[in-house]
Design a protein around this ligand. Structure first.
Ligand code: AP5
Ligand code: MG
Length: 221
């Protein structure tokens, strides 16, 4: 059966950082809604232009648009054995739509990995983050995870930049939106016995270790 892993966590919790490692290890494509919107923006598609209006303010892109994009992505051949979803779902209607979509494919959510990080640490991480211009959008941190060569991605050598939504004002809005619209998913998945909470305020390697153990336990069932 296909494996669908969900990474849940506030802005800057480390979803993208951890997804890079887990996807390699479990041979799953990394399906990140934020990365897909940024890729559309780079290519100046109508979807990118629409998403930008919301992303620049730290608001969520409307559910119907986001669900359609994820549906199309999960139908790609590389996702036939499953995917690691990063940043989707982010609302209860998105979670319900995902259930329906996976049921259509004959699958279901395998496990939900919640990376728990407090607000102060989230802000410290976002304010020092630089990401690469490559397709994978690798994340670095000036203090916690610096690149080997300043300003360049270790993996693909592309230039590093700061995201437009990483200003102090938009960071605060994104955290508020997470608390109001996405945090309800914690109890949504907890009630179904699908949530695994991991302490995200440990080193990157320690968080990876905890997530890896969670995936192994869920896939061994
Ligand atoms: P998205 O791109 O998903 O942003 P986000 O959820 O705000 O999360 P981030 O990507 O900022 O953080 P992350 O958890 O990936 O952390 P990272 O690994 O980079 O979404 C952006 C926007 O798109 C949304 O605001 C919305 O507008 C729209 N959108 C996206 N999905 C949507 C959806 N489903 N519905 C509607 N709208 C949607 O790490 C952060 C930093 O911390 C890095 O510098 C990293 O090096 C460092 N770090 C990571 N782990 C650790 C650690 N353990 N210790 C120390 N430092 C660490
Ligand atoms: Mg991310």
């Amino acid at each position: 059966m296909a494996v669908y892993l969900l990474l849940l966590g506030g802005p800057g919790a480390g979803k993208g950082t951890q997804a890079d490692v887990l996807c390699q290890e479990f041979q799953l494509p990394h399906v990140a809604s934020g990365d897909l919107f940024r890729d559309n923006l780079k290519r100046a598609t109508p979807l990118g232009q629409l998403a930008k209006q919301y992303m620049d303010r730290g608001e969520l892109v409307p559910d119907d648009v986001t669900i359609k994009m994820i549906r199309e992505r999960l139908q790609q051949p590389d996702a036939k054995n499953g995917a690691l979803l990063d940043g989707f779902p982010r609302t209860v209607p998105q979670a319900q739509a995902l259930d329906a979509l996976l049921a259509e494919f004959g699958g279901k959510v395998t496990t939900v990995l919640y990376i728990k990080v407090g607000e102060t640490a989230l802000l410290d991480r976002l304010s020092g983050r630089w990401i690469c211009r490559g397709a994978q959008q690798h994340a670095y941190h000036l203090l916690f995870n610096p690149p080997k060569v300043a300003g360049k991605c270790d993996v693909d050598g592309t230039e590093l930049y700061q995201r437009a939504d990483d200003t102090a004002e938009v960071q605060a809005r994104r955290i508020k939106v997470f608390m109001e619209q996405t945090a309800p998913l914690i109890s949504f998945y907890q009630q179904r016995g699908e949530l695994r909470e991991v302490d995200g305020e440990q080193s990157i390697q320690a968080v990876t270790e905890a997530l890896r153990a969670g995936v192994k336990a869920a896939t061994a069932k």
